[in-house]
Design a protein around this ligand. Structure first.
Ligand SMILES: [Zn+2]
Length: 211
């Protein structure tokens, strides 16, 4: 009886966690493999990470959906290693890594909930990987195509465009062309507290000053 009760509690807890997760799709989602669940990670060393959190130093935001969830960041999918950061519309988004602006969509209204209407800024890094910053507010891109940016530069204002249930940033780094599936990369950030297995859903992360 005790075991059955424990199992019920686990099932209910899992259901609640799934319901709490933010609804969002990046718009670049790859297909789900349909195979048995794959492992999440391994994650690159935080100390060597070329990425900083995609918001201003001194700010802290909660990860409303982490990696490898049973929601829209499914294991084996093209959004496996996406992070959702819950933040109000108009929050400054900074480049998490230096690169060149390679993609801008900014014409869609916030709050339509329509898949495919995600505003986005993309930045290509020198190793060919691309960071994508989704759900940007209408006309919220603060950079132009081809512009070089440094990490920490403000590039956009967050929003709630496209397939999204609340204002947030959907952040993902896509592997260079020719890389094996699923095509998106596990990311750690150098300027916040330790997270050796990636940022944890439900936790808030303060962006610390850069070295
Ligand atoms: Zn997301």
């Amino acid at each position: 009886m005790g075991r059955r009760l424990t199992r019920s509690v686990r099932l209910i807890t899992g259901l609640i966690l799934a319901l709490l997760a933010t609804g969002c799709g990046g718009g670049d989602s790859g297909g789900s493999s349909g195979a048995a669940p794959l492992a999440c990670g391994p994650y690159p060393s935080q100390a060597d990470s070329p990425h900083v959190l995609p918001y201003d130093v001194g700010a802290a935001y909660t990860v409303s959906q982490g990696n490898c969830t049973n929601f829209s960041h499914k294991t084996g999918s093209g959004d496996q290693y996406a992070y959702d950061f819950r933040m109000p519309i108009g929050t400054p988004i900074v480049a998490s890594r230096a690169g060149r602006v390679s993609r801008i969509t900014t014409r869609y209204e916030d709050g339509t909930g329509v898949p495919g209407e995600e505003n986005v800024v993309g930045i290509t890094h020198d190793d060919g990987s691309v960071a994508l910053y989704f759900h940007i507010t209408k006309d919220g891109a603060l950079v132009t195509l081809g512009q070089d940016v440094r990490f920490g530069d403000v590039i956009a204002l967050s929003g709630n465009s496209g397939n999204s249930t609340e204002p947030h940033l959907h952040y993902i780094v896509v592997a260079p062309p020719g890389s094996p599936p699923p095509g998106n990369l596990p990311v750690t950030f150098s300027n916040t507290r330790p997270h050796s297995n990636g940022l944890v859903q439900g936790q808030s992360y303060l962006a610390l000053p850069y070295d």
